[in-house]
Design a protein around this ligand. Structure first.
Ligand SMILES: O=c1ccn([C@@H]2O[C@H](COP(=O)(O)OP(=O)(O)O[C@H]3O[C@H](CO)[C@@H](O)[C@H](O)[C@H]3O)[C@@H](O)[C@H]2O)c(=O)[nH]1
Ligand SMILES: [Mn+2]
Length: 549
């Protein structure tokens, strides 16, 4: 089928070339536009050739692995109005309640808006989580974001004990929602509590680093039983006017550093604050990929779950996303999409597959090159604690920090706006700078080092979000994605550079090209639409003349 379409497209182009001399400008423009469409078609067809997806079996993982690895969960928020705290509350609750040992999880919320309301909401979350998490685990609740879960009422056939607990939990959730809503309208609570002092006289773009752990550091090294709640940490990095903060990529890198100082988990999940975990086993599912037993070394750098949205008008987008993700998965792996993705910490610290032995330990050459105090300070910044934590993560010997007071001081230090100066953060380490689409940019950096990635596509989707497809917000979002793509195309990691560089496979390069050049395809489309009118006005032929005999 593809070959037939390709044959037809090529014969059309050939026909245009052979008759170029007899026809005017319209014909030439049509030829150029049709050539572009053929390339676009080739790029997209390339994606469909070898679709793949992993099917995880979390129950088998439990039989095989008795000591699951720790995972740090990252949520970014930045705009308390566009991203209402009640959404953040639900995202965080859905993560705290996932079906995974609570003592192996820590949830970090980065607030680029420096909003006391967000912090207030998280404090409320930490109280309600003590009811919500045990409830979800006891009754094996599937969707663990309360605003979605409570949409369906209990049926009369349910167990009476469950019905009572359901009512009580719902009531508590409603109280939490009400308190957050009241706090949005009236800010008296701000002055009543000393805990909010750090927020006084701050502006979203002008404030010092804030790290709030004490109040909401719930899990005190527990054993991971059903009643336990994972750690929850609120952070807001230092911002100063007239200084480049690198949007979400800057926030992610700060979160990587703070989590490195506190829990230093080998895996990290990244979720936008408006996307909740829709599948309780999602962390186990990702671990099925990372902890695969295989004779070949596992070069999977990240596991991406396709982005899906619960707004009814996003169906077309959901289908397109899932289709391209599975198509890419059969090449070198799906592109990182910025949300719903599990990364390995060592890959984000800049390692390549060639730095590792078959058993996953660091090769001796890499140890010599990478693990000196001098080299680590140059790459990761001038904090002794950070250097120690990076060395531990690279060698897989990291122990979580137990002395919280020390790690808070160190965490504030790595949040200073000049901490990253002269280091490799954003260049080769962490989330990469240089494009507003930090996801594509970081993704191409990882694939170019030779790593692969995997896709788990499930129905119902593992994460669900909301997205503005219409109106000004929708336009601004599209513009961000399109300009971000062009920035990637023009920066030094561009898929156009080093075409025969084997670590980024040729077909994967085409995937990145189609993803970054999407906006440019609009030019031939507009020209082609205007062409018939132009040809009529100028009496210039656009299509072959048909003569009836
Ligand atoms: O300075 C900033 C800007 C944004 N964000 C957060 O980053 C996320 C994504 O930002 P948003 O403005 O909502 O972008 P979207 O277009 O909705 O997001 C898509 O596109 C982004 C850039 O390509 C990806 O990072 C996202 O994960 C992906 O969902 C949100 O959680 C924001 O709170 C920050 O933390 N700091
Ligand atoms: Mn968003």
């Amino acid at each position: 089928m593809d070959l037939t379409v390709l044959g037809l497209l090529c014969s059309l182009l050939l026909y245009r070339i052979l008759h170029m001399n007899q026809n005017g400008t319209g014909w030439v423009v049509a030829f150029l536009c049709e050539s572009c469409f053929t390339f676009v078609w080739l790029f997209y067809t390339n994606i469909t050739w070898s679709p793949a997806a992993h099917i995880p079996y979390p129950d088998r993982l439990d039989e095989r692995v008795h000591d699951l690895p720790s995972v740090d969960l990252f949520v970014t928020t930045a705009y308390p109005v566009r991203e209402p705290p009640v959404l953040v509350v639900n995202t965080v609750l859905s993560l705290l309640a996932v079906n995974y040992p609570a003592n192996k999880l820590a949830c970090y919320v980065s607030d680029d808006g420096c909003s006391p309301l967000t912090y207030f909401s998280l404090k409320e979350v930490s109280k309600f989580a003590k009811i919500w998490v045990p409830f979800c685990k006891k009754y094996n609740v599937k969707v663990r974001a309360p605003f979605r879960y409570f949409l369906n009422p209990v049926t009369a056939t349910e167990d009476p004990e469950f019905a009572i607990e359901w009512e009580m939990t719902k009531r508590e959730y409603e109280k939490l929602r009400q308190r957050v809503e009241d706090a949005t309208e009236d800010s008296d609570w701000l002055n009543a509590d000393n805990d909010f002092e750090a927020f006084s006289n701050t502006k979203p773009n002008d404030h010092s680093t804030i790290v709030k752990v004490k109040v909401i550091w719930e899990n005190k090294g527990g054993v991971g039983d059903e009643k336990e709640v994972p750690h929850l940490v609120y952070i807001s990095r230092e911002k100063r006017p007239n200084y480049v903060h690198h949007y979400k990529a800057g926030a992610m890198n700060f979160m990587v550093r703070v989590s490195g100082l506190m829990t230093n988990a080998p895996y990290m999940l990244n979720l936008d604050c408006d996307m909740y975990a829709n599948e309780a086993k999602v962390v186990r599912q990702a671990m099925c990929i990372f902890l695969q037993e295989s004779v070949v070394p596992n070069n999977c750098a990240f596991v991406q779950f396709p982005q899906a949205f619960y707004d009814s008008n996003a169906n077309g987008f959901n289908i397109f996303q899932s289709y391209t993700e599975q198509g890419d998965a059969g090449i070198q792996g799906p592109i990182y999409e910025g949300s719903g993705c599990f990364h390995t910490r060592r890959v984000m610290y800049g390692l390549s597959p060639s730095d590792l032995e078959d058993d996953g330990s660091l090769s001796s050459a890499t140890t010599r090159r990478f693990l000196t105090q001098e080299s680590l300070t140059r790459e990761f910044g001038n904090s002794k604690e950070m250097v120690k934590s990076v060395a531990g993560a690279l060698q897989r010997t990291s122990n979580p920090q137990n002395e919280l007071t020390n790690s808070i001081v160190a965490a504030k230090e790595v949040g200073n706006f000049h901490y990253e100066c002269q280091t490799s953060w954003g260049k080769t380490v962490g989330w990469l700078y240089g494009s507003i689409a930090e996801d594509k940019n970081t993704s191409i950096g990882i694939h170019s080092r030779g790593w692969t990635s995997s896709c788990i596509s499930l129905n119902p989707p593992a994460f669900l979000g909301c997205m503005p497809l219409v109106g000004v917000e929708g336009f601004l979002q599209s513009r961000r994605w399109m300009t971000g793509g062009l920035e990637v195309l023009l920066n030094k990691q561009s898929p156009l550079i080093g075409i025969f560089h084997q670590k980024l496979r040729f077909r994967q390069r085409l995937v990145y090209l189609s993803s970054c050049m999407g906006s440019l395809a609009s030019i031939p489309v507009i020209l082609y639409c205007l062409l018939p009118a132009y040809c009529i006005l100028h009496n210039s032929p656009l299509f072959p003349k048909v003569t009836l005999s």
